[in-house]
Structure formats: C-alpha cells, structure tokens
Write a new protein. Structure first.
Length: 408
C-alpha cells in the first residue's frame, strides 16, 4: 500500500499547483495585519476536505471581535488509520503576512506564478508548506481508499503570524483532549533546503525597553544639564557584559551561546544644539533555556544601577516580552527518530536536530508535554517579495509523511 501511495503522490503535480493557486488567491490576513481574518480560507479548506470525502472535520473557533466573522477559525480533520488510538498531526497555519511593497514583486502576489519547479506568491511556502503536502497525502489516501497504519490528522490554525493566541495557543489550551500521549506532531513551518533541519528546542526570548533620564539643556552650557545620550551610550556598551555573566554553550543552537544585543533606539531631541534629557533604547536577548529570564532582567537592572551612580541619571525598565523557553523535545523522541528515518528514505539526507533563537508554535505543545518537531523542506524566504516554493519539495514532503504513516 505504501508504494501505491508514493506512486500516486508523484502524479499530483497538477493538483498541487491548482490547490496552491486557489490558496494564494485568498489573502488570509489577521486583524493585527490589517485584514478581516482567515474565515474565507478556512471555508475553502473545509469544502476541499469534504470534496475529498473527509467528513471527520472539527472547527475550534476562537472568539475575536476584531475579525469580520467575530472569531478566528481553527480546523482539525482526520483520515482514520488502522490504529485509531494514535495520530500523526501535521500543523499548518492559514494566515499570511501582507505582501508589502507591490513594486518589489515581479507579479501579482495573490496570483500564483509557476516557472518550472518554482511557484511564486504570498504564502506559497509560509505556510502552504504546512497545508499542501498533508492535503496531497490525504487526497491520495481517500481517493484510493487506503488506510494508513495510524491516523493522519490535519490542523490548520489562525493567528500564527501575530502570536497564536487565537490559533494553536487556543487549540492547545482549550482543546488538548483531542491529543493523545502517543501522538506525533509535525509543524512544517521551518526547515532547510536539503531537508536536514529538525527543530526540537528554542531559546528563551527577552525584550527590554530601557529609558535613561537626565536633564535637557542647551548644548553650549552642558554643566546645566545631564546628558542622557552619553549615559545611554555607556549603558549600551555595558550590555556586552551579559555575555560574560551567562557564558554557557549548547551546540544544539547556532550560535551556541545566549545573545544580548542592543537593537532599536528611539529618537531624542530634534535639533543639534540641545543636549538630550531622555534616551530610550531596546535590548533583544535570546537566552539558553536553562537560564532564568528573571535573572537576566535583574542583571540588566544592575547595570542600570551602575550607570545611575556614574552619570547621575535615572534608568527605567519595561519588559516588553519575556518568553521562557518550553522544554525541548528530546532528540531521541519517536517523532524525531521516525521523521529522520523517513527523510533519509525519501531524500537521502541525514537529519540534524537543532535549536533556534526564534520561536515556533511547537512551544505550545511542548509546554503541555507533547513532543513536537518543526520540519519541512524549504527554500526559506518567508515574508519576502517574490516568495517562492518548489513543487518537488512539497511532493517530497508528502512522501515523508507517507513514510512516517506506513513504516513500522
């Protein structure tokens, strides 16, 4: 049966292109990105699944008055397997980011363009890579009346691009009873072009806004004021001390160390001949999971205390984001080993479990004790003009999912 499925996937090129064309034409933008929500795209996907003969479909909508429908849609669909007690869940997100400046696109971002093996359009990879391959597999299974070894579960969620509160966050927090302890979870929302990257861990993320307050005065009489820019500059240089305070390394990540970087700086005075009385800058920290973000915040405040004493200023702190990392998925977890074996079979590639400095929706599952792996075969050009994906990648990824479902 497995070979029948694999052979049938090879014949899905035209169906894949047609599905991508219809998905690209539905710009599912969330309210935070100036859109009306994902309902139109969700309705299309539900109808598509029903036409395939999939009737095991559940809607888990999250109320959101900002959306045109009054809610953000989340879809769970299942193709039953021989073993009904476990499921391979493949999780893709329906929302996209705005197209941006249209003049940077070579074609309409919401009209699919195909050139050989490449497809162009907003969403073709981010995240139709998480929607199209499992749908191609579901199509083959249902059209050929083939039952996999265990269930194939498809989850299409809202709101991934703006925090996932109304997407997988809602699904996991409110409806985790749909998931079993032996289920496997794949999130095809990141990966490498050679298929080798399996994300199993994330660093903690910390954003801190720092205000340095002095006293504004005329630049010709600096003794009448306290120069906040000088003090803020000294503070910024001292941020580098955090690398020495939190020196541990973990080769799962690249870079292997925690990072502490001053990034954005707000404007202060508008004219040259005024000494600023307030400067504001921001620190972005990506911290190895075993360190406490509370400790890092205290370290930043300690630097501020030194700056206050040395420069006669006052420092204010606002923690804009503090996301303590979820527990990592073990490198020897079944979802990782089964996925690695499947990738090797399909692509001939040896996989490498890795950690990343950013965040994925896998964190919601990991915090609930579910091992999850973020993986896909991707060019890796999300949010860019002329976003593109390869047809061969998405057909190949459908085959990887097949191997996972049919190999003991």
């Amino acid at each position: 049966m497995k070979q029948t499925v694999l052979d049938a996937i090879d014949k899905q090129r035209d169906s894949l292109i047609d599905l991508q064309r219809q998905l690209v034409a539905i710009p599912a933008l969330g309210p935070d990105n100036g859109g009306k929500g994902e309902k139109e795209k969700a309705d299309f996907l539900i109808e598509y699944l029903q036409k395939l003969g999939c009737n095991n479909i559940t809607e888990l909508n999250a109320p959101d008055d900002r959306a045109e429908a009054g809610y953000r849609p989340n879809i769970l669909a299942m193709v039953p397997g021989t073993d009904l007690d476990r499921t391979l869940w493949v999780i893709g997100h329906m929302d996209i980011v705005p197209a941006g400046e249209r003049e940077l696109w070579d074609s309409d971002p919401f009209e699919l363009r195909v050139e050989g093996d490449e497809m162009f359009g907003r969403g073709v990879e981010d995240d139709h890579a998480g929607i199209v391959p499992p749908l191609m597999l579901a199509k083959v299974l249902l059209e050929n009346d083939i039952t996999p070894n265990f269930n194939l579960g498809l989850i299409f969620v809202a709101d991934e691009e703006t925090g996932s509160k109304y997407g997988l966050g809602h699904v996991v927090e409110e409806h985790s009873d749909y998931f079993g302890e032996n289920d496997l979870f794949i999130i095809p929302d990141m990966g490498a072009e050679d298929s080798s990257m399996i994300e199993i861990a994330e660093k903690s993320s910390l954003w801190v806004k720092v205000g340095v307050i002095g006293k504004q005065c005329h630049a010709s009489t600096p003794l009448d004021g306290v120069n906040s820019l000088v003090a803020a500059s000294a503070f910024i240089l001292r941020v580098n001390d955090l690398y020495d305070e939190y020196p541990d390394e973990d080769d799962l990540f690249e870079p292997a160390v925690s990072t502490f970087e001053p990034t954005k700086k707000d404007a202060n005075v508008p004219n040259i001949n005024t000494i600023a009385g307030k400067d504001v800058f921001y620190i972005d920290s990506r911290v190895l999971p075993h360190y406490s973000l509370d400790d890092v915040v205290e370290s930043i405040k300690s630097i501020g205390a030194d700056i206050e004493l040395e420069y006669g200023v006052k420092c204010e702190f606002d923690v804009l984001q503090a996301e303590q990392a979820a527990p990592a998925t073990p490198a020897d977890a079944e979802v990782v080993t089964r996925l690695s074996k499947a990738v090797k079979t399909v692509y001939g590639t040896d996989c490498k479990p890795v950690g990343i400095g950013g965040g994925t929706v896998a964190a919601f599952l990991r915090r609930k004790g579910f091992g999850a792996a973020a993986w896909a075969t991707m060019i890796g050009n999300p949010h860019q003009p002329n976003e593109k994906a390869r047809i061969s990648h998405q057909l190949g990824d459908a085959k990887v999912l097949t191997e996972m479902l049919f190999t003991d």
